[in-house]
Design a protein around this ligand. Structure first.
Ligand SMILES: *Cc1c(COP(=O)(O)O)cnc(C)c1O
Length: 514
């Protein structure tokens, strides 16, 4: 049952009614859980015991993850083949379930929390985040409306405003003005929502313009979620116009200007420009200030995707990353990549929430309530694609309070310093070279003997389980990416990786000489 609060008075009255109800039920029945057949649910005592086991299990895992092969060493189908084909008809003991995690699941894992995980982008987690997530599951709250759990909405709004302070983001994203922030599952969802809001604003909500006329702009280095959003929104892949990049893989603003002018001349409507701060491939930073000026001149919406690298703005000396952001219409950054918060947790901000809410709000009778009708509250269901939403803000709140701004900054500075040191080693080496500038925590490198050697080094290193790296192609060349962002990655791990890279390359070269 959901109370439909209006003002304070109604809230209070509802609370009193509920307390009265609770008192009228015999305490023994409430305690035992009326109507539950014995043995069906976990008792509170069993839950405590198994819960402690699971927390111990996680603590042990995080302690020993450094010793496990980073990349899963299984063949396709191997995990499934070890498990029963059919679901159990009879209940199974919890201890047996947990034992199978060790026996079957762990060997089939790639260990993202290993300090020698340097692939893709980090997905680091931490004690306070894991516990916040557990609490969220324990509460089982559905925060789709303010009224379905006021604390879920209000804590989310608060931590998103805190993130604005921590990252020194523009005040126009704050919730006490026309804008505001919301937690999305991922940066991909943020980009999709930005596109839907942009379309709403550009078309004046009429939906009359044929979707084929709307254009989205990004570079080929932008995340694949841009094209995916264009497809989902019905604009299609062809609506994404790729803007050329400079030698550092960043968007060339004059090329954007020319593309926008050409499309307008041809009767098309510029809808959304996506600038990336820290591209996935090479960590390139698009020049947001110049892009913002051009985008505004053509009346399009500017979304800035800073999924990983935006976290660097915790540190004052790295805030150049966000130059020009004060003119962006929307922005996203992922604490689930580089801010010790376990997946999923993406902060998405808009400077004006009106078009977003107009694009995504459909109000059926069964969701109507006094608080929403009063306009005094935020209903985050209108800020995202799904209706339901979990209490994600708890883990972010725990993380921010546990580390404090100073602890979070230290964590980022350590990774940036390690990456800079690795980049120096590469620069000074005879056999390896940097393939892109390394402004933050991503180092892109390749072997001077060519793509074949570089690729073989990657394959051997990953197969050994000693570390895990992934690759990309930059200007047609095969490039290794070293993303430094593990919660427990220290200098010794990066140093060991560097030795492994050099030794593996020597082995590959020696074999090809024979
Ligand atoms: C990782 C990344 C994404 C996708 O992030 P998800 O949250 O996993 O959807 C989008 N953009 C950039 C620049 C990224 O680095």
């Amino acid at each position: 049952m959901v109370a439909a609060p209006g003002g304070q008075g109604d809230n209070f009255a509802a609370a009193v009614r509920l307390r009265g109800f609770r008192r009228s039920v015999p305490a023994a029945i409430v305690k035992r859980g009326a109507g539950v057949p014995p043995g069906q649910h976990m008792t509170a005592e069993e839950f405590r015991r198994h819960g402690r086991d699971v927390v111990d299990w996680i603590a042990d895992y995080l302690e020993r993850v450094d010793d496990l092969p980073v990349l899963a060493q299984v063949e396709p189908g191997e995990v499934r083949a070890q498990l029963p084909v059919h679901p159990p008809e009879d209940a199974e003991p919890f201890d047996e379930i947990l034992a199978d995690v060790d026996r079957v699941i762990v060997p089939g894992l790639t260990h993202w929390q290993s300090p020698s995980f340097f692939a893709y982008f980090p997905a680091n987690t931490s004690g306070p985040s894991i516990l916040g997530e557990l609490l969220s599951a324990g509460l089982g709250v559905q925060g789709m409306l303010w009224a379905t759990s006021p604390a879920c909405t209000e804590l989310e709004t608060l931590v998103l405003d805190w993130m604005i302070e921590l990252l020194a983001l523009p005040d126009r994203f704050r919730s006490d003005g026309a804008g505001g922030g919301v937690l999305q599952d991922s940066a991909s969802s943020a980009t999709l929502c930005a596109l839907l809001a942009a379309r709403e604003r550009v078309t004046g909500g009429s939906g009359d313009l044929p979707a084929a006329q709307l254009v989205v702009y990004a570079t080929a280095e932008a995340h694949s979620s841009v094209e995916k959003a264009a497809r989902i929104a019905g604009l299609g892949s062809a609506a994404v116009h790729l803007i050329p990049v400079d030698d550092n893989h960043a968007m060339r603003p004059e090329a954007l200007d020319a593309a926008l002018a050409e499309d307008v001349g041809a009767g098309r409507t510029p809808c959304l420009v996506v600038a990336t701060v820290g591209t996935t491939g090479s960590n390139a930073v698009d020049p947001v200030a110049a892009i913002a000026e051009i985008t505004a001149r053509h009346g399009a919406w500017l979304h800035v995707d800073a999924a990983m690298s935006g976290i660097a703005a915790l540190c004052e000396e790295l805030r150049w990353l966000h130059d020009g952001l004060d003119r962006a219409d929307s922005y996203c950054v992922n604490p689930h990549k580089w801010m010790l918060t376990n997946f999923d947790c993406d902060c998405f901000y808009v400077a004006d929430r009106e078009p977003l809410v107009r694009a995504l709000s459909v109000l059926p009778e069964y969701l109507r309530n006094v608080a929403s009708d009063s306009g005094a509250v935020l209903d985050y269901r209108d800020w995202q694609v799904p209706l339901g939403r979990r209490f994600r803000a708890l883990k972010l709140w725990f993380v921010i309070r546990h580390y404090g701004g100073s602890g979070l900054r230290r964590h980022v500075r350590d990774h940036v310093a390690l990456a800079q040191e690795l980049a120096d080693w590469v620069r000074a080496d005879r056999d390896w070279e940097l393939a892109a500038p390394a402004p933050l925590n991503l180092v892109c490198l390749r072997h001077r003997d060519g793509d074949g050697v570089t690729q073989q080094v990657l394959e051997r290193l990953n197969a050994s389980g000693a570390a895990y790296l992934t690759h990309t192609r930059l200007q047609g060349r095969y490039v290794l990416r070293v993303a430094i962002g593990g919660a427990t990655t220290r200098r010794e791990h990066v140093q060991r990786l560097w030795h492994l890279l050099r030794d593996t390359a020597d082995a590959v070269s020696a074999e090809s000489d024979r």
